[in-house]
Design a protein around this ligand. Sequence first.
Ligand code: BES
Ligand code: ZN
Ligand code: ZN
Length: 474
Amino acid sequence: NMKINLIDKNIEKNNTEIEIIFVKDIGNSEHKELLETLEFKAKDESCVLLAESKKIYVGYEEENYDSIAIASATAIKKLQTTKFANARIELNEVLENNFKALIEGAILGEYKFVNYKSEKDKKKIELQILVPNNNEKFEKILNESIIISKAVNKTRNMVNTPPADFYPEVMAKTAKKLARSADIEVKIEGEKYLKENGMNAMLSVGRASVHESQLIHLTYKPKNVQAKIVLVGKGLTYDSGGLSLKPADFMVTMKSDKSGGCAVMSTLWAIAKLELPFEVHGIVGAVENMIGGNAYKPDDVLKAKNGKTIEIRNTDAEGRLVLADCLCYAQDEIKDIDYIFDYATLTGACVVGVGEYTTGVMGNNEILKRNAVLSALKSGEYATTLDFNRFLKKSIKSEIADICNIANTRYGGAITAGMFLDNFISDENKEKWIHFDIAGPAFVEKPWGYNPHGASGAGVRMTIKFLQDLVDNN
Ligand code: BES
Ligand code: ZN
Ligand code: ZN
């Protein structure tokens, strides 16, 4: 939506209406006195518009991704409150070193979900960035960051769409559309396939919904393949809790329970657009968890695709059931996997444990988990590891089935959910698997930094960064 142009700062005088200036220290800014009178402090989200001298001053606290991206977003939002349609930014050393943050902060900060507003107060703005004359490096980062930010915004749009307009068939149709707009193949299976292929855990979760469950399988397969990656996403287009019904206040926002699946779909799109040298599969279980005479019940025992039986004690712990079958499907269909990652708004416990801005990273491979966290931090996302242990593992044992879908303890709910999933990872893939619990950051009901109210697109940037780092190291 926003246009961003790079212009050689040594060539012509540009014709922009206003200039955006990033300041950390007002001591040496041109408008020092004025800024001091306005009590401008170079802090996150501090911003003044000097209309007469046509300048937007925006503060930043540190020279890192977060601070620059937040400043960039803040300036764009200020610009949006004016009639000015274009602005220029002259790169200095700090902005050169944080160019990715500058671009992504602008595009992610400009995003607004207006599809359901009768008055869409969105105007087109144009950014001109004055770069040193050798701008190839910036051109490359610009193009990549535009793709990455677009993928994040696509995720946000899908997740924010209400459940009446985004149910499993719509999710499948959206996957087809995404595939068509990139070099991606897509396969969609319905409930008949789930039944015929023993995917009874996933099938049961969607049984009381009027909408048919959909298994979505996207494949990106370029010519030169360095590794095989599988991304699996929880796509609960609505989670009412099922018969273990959620209390009214907890049901609100549960349209966001498809965030993992939406992130997987958009990430595949971005990987194809970036032409990363990996075979990447995106597998999403699109299901609606509802109530009704046909609903699955606490006390039911379900058999997953790998033959394991699951005692249901709470129908609101449904995401792990959908993921169980999708993880089995992935490992049955795709051989010699290098990495298998799953993304899910899986537990409220993860939000309680690490806060609403941070993704919980789980798995059996310490180094892989570390690298995933590092990729997340470098990409602008927050993530931290949550460790499995043998004692919590005992808490999901069942008296009558192989495993229970909830733990017998109130504590460590994110970890016990992760260890539940581990039951559906085959021995050869144990060290290749990571589970990302994005229940916190995927959807936050207040703006944070460059993220607006609602969906943030969690998971997209960190995954792309992980894969980009994989290329660089080869
Ligand atoms: N989708 C929810 C988890 C969730 C909660 C996501 C809050 C985002 C915000 C999941 O299906 C769920 O309901 N989990 C239960 C598990 C419990 C029954 C063991 C939970 O977290 O309460
Ligand atoms: Zn649930
Ligand atoms: Zn859920």
